[in-house]
Design a protein around this ligand. Structure first.
Ligand code: SAM
Length: 232
């Protein structure tokens, strides 16, 4: 269970209505039962249910059971698509160890806005279900051109481009360190975007094979390729 407040030995953790419902009604737990909790900063802790009400409750934190495991310094930049597919991308990126998930508006992106809080909740659920001790941050929607203008020094970009048709750079020899993956929208990148992306010194154009993948498939494939070559 993910909680926002920092955990420590003997710490009382109040439960939200949703958490109380999940623990007491769905999981049928009660006072004295153990629960694994994490705050995203201090690892995983064993806590016990101290109070179980209808709409609230509390845990008391006992001992640390897992150290914090930070994911590699990898961002996923993607152009949001239909709601369910965007949810899927956020969920899979959290499971596959992205540290930051950044929806970006490109020339051919349809979405004008995103529900950041909803996407962040998906990232929390994914981290809970895969036993992680860290929750990736979901950023607000930004323009891709603005993100590229303010690109942080030393971070490399795996630019996934279906137009490379199997001819992109391999990541095998690329340096470790901070990276970002970029996946385009359903309509792909515009010619102007592609020209800019190909000219950036920090960008590595990568092909994910000769087939044009749907953006959500491409996101999972790119995360897998990156983790295989440069992850831990
Ligand atoms: N422009 C394309 C079209 O309309 O035919 C489709 C774009 S594709 C659905 C969405 C994104 O997935 C692309 O912008 C790219 O980032 C990524 N992608 C899909 N297939 C890929 C491949 N074979 N290699 C690299 N990236 C790929």
């Amino acid at each position: 269970l993910y909680v926002e407040q920092p955990l420590g030995e003997g710490q009382t953790v109040p439960l939200s209505r949703e958490q109380a419902h999940y623990l007491f009604s769905v999981m049928r737990l009660g006072v004295g039962d153990p629960v694994g909790v994490f705050d995203g900063h201090t690892g995983e802790w064993l806590a016990r249910i101290a109070d179980a009400g209808k709409r609230d409750g509390a845990l008391v934190c006992e001992t640390r059971t897992k150290p914090l495991r930070l994911p590699p310094d990898l961002w996923l930049l993607f152009a949001p698509i239909k709601k369910a597919r965007t949810d899927f991308i956020v969920e899979k990126a959290a499971e596959m160890g992205a540290a930051r998930i950044c929806p970006v508006q490109t020339d051919f992106t349809n979405a004008e806005r995103i529900r950041r809080d909803r996407l962040q909740a998906h990232a929390v659920e994914a981290a809970e279900q895969c036993g992680g001790t860290f929750v990736p941050e979901v950023c607000d929607l930004q323009r891709l051109s603005d993100v590229l203008d303010a690109w942080p020094e030393g971070r490399r970009l795996m630019f996934c481009d279906e137009m490379l048709a199997g001819a992109g750079a391999a990541l095998g020899d690329a340096a470790r360190g901070p990276w970002a993956i970029l996946i385009g929208p359903e309509g792909g990148f515009s010619d102007a975007e592609r020209a800019r992306l190909r000219s950036l010194p920090f960008a590595h154009p990568v092909s994910l094979g000769p087939r044009v993948l749907r953006a959500d498939t491409a996101a999972v494939a790119a995360l897998t390729v990156w983790q295989q070559a440069l992850g831990d």
